[in-house]
Design a protein around this ligand. Structure first.
Ligand code: MSP
Length: 533
């Protein structure tokens, strides 16, 4: 049932819409950085991209938080939203849409969607009894809870007993259609481990789920019964649709779905997989709409082995981290160090060591010393890339690097992509040490000196280009020092100034630049206090 209408030249992707119970933590920042890197890579390749993020602002969890703070819920949401926007700016995230579920246009979309599903006979009233985890905004089976009645994801929050009349969505009706979807579109859920998790869950039999709440007024009223409020998840998933409206478009489903639907990629954390891979496609099937292309569930950032989260209070403050180390450093560490589908632990000593080793030493020093030699041995004129023998050691690695790195970006294995690129960088360091251009210069072998420096600088350039979705500011700096004026923060235009087909290849770019004084691109970081003493 996925539509084949997706236009190949465009790509739309979403982060989850974050709860605004607190300011963003590193977990939320992680998903958003990953989404930004994918969006930037697609733009680099010349695709037209719509990148969506936003906030999920209704429901009991948010209402309670606002009450605890003595704030009106909307005022509370507005404050927290400002901190999300601020963090995305600090982290150099380029999003196209920021979807807020308290947006008035969203209510119109939710109502229209609800009505469709209702008219299709998939919504009915019944009694709901069960344990509710407010932090997850989800009913849990008794067997899913810990002995003390807390849910494992929020071990300090007790699930609450509920016995009330709710509207239900007929999820069970879609059991077969969902199983067919997973069979026919293996790529629908990635990575493999998450797919298996869902196959296993669905094979146990799907239960209808409740999509309304009573006694909560922080949400949209159910169109057919205003005593009920629409369940926060039913509301939030549709935030992805509202986000597709242009600024001045009338909020109708037809308008929202006209250009960018179906979404190519919903990027989420593994805890909200069921909502996206089971509930969401079933809701869309009921409304007779095409389905998104892929749901990718990444792992958790952990601290001391426990999920880092607002409810547990064991978060890492992304604002501090980016203030201390800069956006590229933070982006690089999380993309390079964590295999995207798996959990990854944060440790500040490791953080500093990785950045010093890769960005300051291997990449930064390589550029700096090569440019220094260019100044000294070539009157500061970067040598032209000349013909290189086919078995040139750097050309050999650089030649098909683009293909390997593209595969890594497209399968969200950014760790592998960085590894491939740093292979070239490390080989370049080795090459320059072995070739010792300083000796050749003394021997007056100017041609050889120039060929060595040109090959190394070309390798650094290619590395900067391929790393630009992850470390755009450093890539800008490198390109600039090589005399190439490209701004990797320039959205869609990057592809015009630095076309992928040309810049992603080793040996295709002509540089003829007179050097200013080379500048270090990344200053070595100090280890955190307690570690260095
Ligand atoms: N509001 C819902 C999403 C609705 S989408 C229509 C929600 N919000 S959340 O703020 O709690 O979580 C948002 C995302 O952050 C989820 O994908 C979640 O997996 C991710 N993370 C929260 N803590 C995390 C870590 N410690 N590590 C990595 N990501 C984690 O769920």
């Amino acid at each position: 049932m996925t539509s084949d209408k997706t236009k190949p030249q465009q790509f739309s992707l979403t982060t989850p819409l974050y709860y605004v119970n607190d300011v963003p933590h590193m977990g939320s920042a992680y998903t958003t950085m990953v989404a930004d890197v994918i969006a930037r890579f697609k733009r680099l390749k010349g695709l037209s991209v719509l990148s969506i993020t936003g906030t999920d602002e209704h429901g009991q969890k948010i209402q309670r938080t606002a009450v605890e703070k003595g704030l009106d819920p909307q005022e509370h949401c507005d404050r927290i939203v400002a901190s999300f926007e601020d963090l995305w700016q600090k982290l150099n995230i380029q999003y196209d849409r920021f979807s807020r579920t308290t947006d008035q246009r969203h209510e119109v979309i939710v109502k229209e969607f609800f009505q469709r599903v209702y008219d299709n006979g998939d919504i009915y009233l019944a009694q709901q009894q069960g344990w509710y985890c407010v932090a997850c905004e989800e009913f849990k089976e008794k067997r899913e809870l810990l002995e003390d009645g807390c849910c494992p994801l929020h071990p300090n929050k007790k699930a609450e007993w509920r016995d009330e009349e709710n509207y239900f969505f007929r999820l069970s009706k879609y059991q077969e259609a969902l199983e067919t979807l997973y069979q026919e579109h293996r790529e629908f859920i990635e990575p493999e481990s998450r797919r298996n998790e869902i196959l296993n869950f669905v094979s146990q039999g799907l239960q209808d789920f409740s999509i309304s709440r009573v006694n909560i007024d922080w949400g949209f009223p159910i169109p057919v019964d205003p005593n009920h409020t629409i369940y926060v998840w039913f509301d939030a998933l549709l935030g992805y649709v509202t986000a597709l409206l242009d600024g001045d478009q009338e909020p109708t489903l037809e308008n929202a779905l006209s250009q960018w639907w179906p979404i190519n990629l919903h990027l989420i954390g593994k805890d909200i997989l069921r909502f996206h891979a089971v509930y969401w496609p079933a809701m869309l099937m009921s409304a007779k709409l095409p389905l998104p292309r892929q749901i990718f569930g990444h792992g958790f950032l952990t601290k001391d082995g426990q999920k880092m989260g607002k409810s547990l209070g064991n978060t890492l403050n992304p604002f501090d981290l980016v203030d201390r180390y800069g956006s590229d450093a933070v982006r690089y560490y999380f993309l390079k160090e964590i295999e995207c589908g798996r959990d990854g632990d944060f440790n500040e000593t490791r953080f500093v060591n990785v950045l010093n080793a890769d960005l300051a030493n291997d990449l930064g020093n390589l550029l700096n010393r090569t440019l220094g030699m260019t100044k000294k041995y070539c009157q500061g004129v970067i040598p032209q890339v000349t013909e290189f023998p086919p078995d040139h050691p750097l050309k050999t690695i650089g030649k098909n690097l683009e293909e390997r790195v593209t595969k890594a970006y497209e399968t969200l294995r950014f760790d592998n992509g960085c590894e491939e690129i740093f292979n070239l960088i490390r080989a370049s360091n080795k090459f320059i040490d072995e070739q010792a251009p300083w000796r050749l210069f003394k021997e007056k072998k100017q041609g050889e000196v120039e060929a060595i420096l040109a090959a190394v600088l070309e390798s650094v350039r290619l590395s900067a280009y391929l790393l630009s979705p992850i470390i755009p500011n450093l890539s800008n700096n490198i390109y600039q020092q090589l005399g190439l004026s490209v701004d990797f923060n320039d959205g869609d235009r990057v592809h015009q100034t630095a076309p992928f087909i040309q810049h992603s290849q080793w040996g295709k770019i002509k540089v003829n630049h007179i050097l200013a004084k080379p500048q270090p691109i990344f200053a070595r970081l100090d280890l955190p206090e307690e570690e260095s003493t």
